[in-house]
Each structure stands twice: as C-alpha cells, then as structure tokens.
Design a protein around this ligand. Sequence first.
Ligand code: SF4
Length: 231
Amino acid sequence: MSYNNDFDTAIEGLCETFRFLSQTGCSGFDCSKESLNIMGSWGHKQTRLPETLEAIRMDLGECRRCRLSESRKNIVFGAGDPHARLVFVGEGPGYDEDQKGEPFIGAAGRLLTKIIEAIKYTRDQVYICNIIKCRPPGNRNPLPNEIKACLPFLKRQLAAIKPDVICALGTFAAQALLDTTTPISKLKGRFHDYNGIRVLPTYHPAYLLRNPGKKRDVWEDMKKLMKALAN
Ligand code: SF4
C-alpha cells in the first residue's frame, strides 16, 4: 500500500472514531460535523481544484530561480485564452518580448500571428508561452539548468489550461516537453503525447525567418493541427 493510501486510511479511521465518540455523547473532543469535514479533507482522495493561471503567476513572483533573472527586464509569463484548446510553446523571450513582458511580439511573433490566422484562429483564442520566461543574454540558447528551473511553471500552466493540442515551436520546446534529445527534424510533423495532450512539434518562426523554404513544411504541420482541432 502506498503512503498516500496509508494516510487516507488513517484519516478515515480517525474520523470514524470521532463519529463514534460523537454518537456516544462524548464531550471530551471536538466531534462536530464541521471538524469531521475538515479532517476528511486532509485525505488525498479529495477532489483538488485545478490551479488558475493567476495563482501560478503569483507563485512565480519576481522569480530568481535561475541566473536569467539577473539580466531580464520583464518576466514573460504567457498570454491568451486561459481555456484555449490550442497552446503554442516557444523557446524563450527575445529583446522585444523582454521589453514589454509579452510573448512573440517581435519579427518571429508577427510570423506566428500570421500562422495562427492562417489556421483560422486569433491570438486571443489561443495561449502563447515559452519554455523559459526570461530572456537569455544576447538571445543565446537556454541552458539545461535554466530550463529545469523554469519548466515546472510551464507544466503547471498547461495543467491549468488543459488544451486539446500543444504546438511545440522549435527544438527546445519540443525536447523539453517530450523529455527527449531527438532533433526537431525527426520530431516534427507528427503527434506525440504529453500527459494525455497531443503535442505537434514544428519549426520555430525565428527559424522560418532564416529559412523561408521551410514554410511549406510548417504549413503541412498546421494542416494536421487544424484536422486535430476539428475532431
Ligand atoms: S527563466 Fe524562469 S526560472 Fe529563471 S528566473 Fe526567469 S522565471 Fe525564474
């Protein structure tokens, strides 16, 4: 038996004892219904309400969990519909995003907006965020320890939003979400699983700006995305 089950059983036993004492007229303990309800809620079998994005943002606070906090101007938490069916996860904030605290608002962001509109959505109807929430100096790649420090917050955001589909933009988003080192070229274009949510990796819009010939590949992926969301 697991520790959690042991704990639940112990709490239930305690409640039973207090109920019995209450029925026998014992007054030496607080056997009120209210107290029994409170004790019952200590067990792990209670239904836990999902977190809200606001609560996660508050918990993040003025985060100093990794060294990116030393050079950032703003934390870029994420933006969009908190109940979106589709979430885009990118790599990390760039200069423009760091300045304003909003995700994907620079050149790559404008291209992402076009992609979103091409699949008949608006930015307000999806949720957009990144693997890390602070800009790496000079837009360098995020380091493993930085991803490790920040990823739990993204995971909580995804648990709160509960999207039908996640589109992972680029190597870092795809590899971090899928916990793999497989290159994006091999991951892209097909659905993977992240905690029961379908994940479709594709190229990052910044990569598309440098390699416009790859836009056709991304469009093929977006067609798969639309099909998945239509079901
Ligand atoms: S990147 Fe994430 S973990 Fe690091 S300081 Fe920013 S919010 Fe905190």
